[in-house]
Design a protein around this ligand. Structure first.
Ligand code: THU
Length: 128
């Protein structure tokens, strides 16, 4: 599974986003250590604080399928280049990786992909 293929799945699932309030669709597709992929999109609620991000939807899907280790996640919004995960999702990603510098976060910038490690986006992360 290439990062281009992961991004293609993130783009496709962003079309299922339920985002009538923000009008900001997001899709995510993650790759686990077992080589499996899981997608998620954001879904909002009239009680706005109950919104679930695309990344956490994909992570929940992976966890429910018995996965525990994420190797990479592609994130896409048609509304924004370089759509990196929010702070809450960075912390949740931290919970489910071997180490922060072994988890790649892939975003789109124009026609190109840009890759960060979680360590770059979440320095000095908290572990209980
Ligand atoms: N959102 C995500 O799904 N992922 C992110 O990384 C940033 C924000 C969603 C939440 C909300 O539905 C909309 O984008 C605007 O914040």
């Amino acid at each position: 599974m290439t990062y281009e293929e992961l991004m293609q799945k993130a783009i496709e699932v962003s079309e299922n986003s339920y985002s009538p309030y923000s009008k900001f669709p997001v899709g995510a597709c993650l790759l686990t250590d077992k080589g499996n992929t899981y997608v998620g999109c954001n879904f909002e609620n009239g009680s706005l604080g109950m919104t679930i991000c695309a990344e956490r939807n994909a992570i929940g899907n992976a966890i429910a399928n018995g996965e525990r280790q994420i190797k990479a996640i592609a994130i896409y919004s048609p509304k924004q280049d370089n759509c990196t995960p929010c702070g809450a999702c960075r912390q949740v990603l931290h919970e489910f990786c071997k180490s922060d510098d072994e988890l790649d976060i892939i975003v789109k910038v124009g026609d190109n992909l840009k890759t960060y490690t979680l360590a770059e986006l979440l320095p000095e992360s908290f572990t209980l």
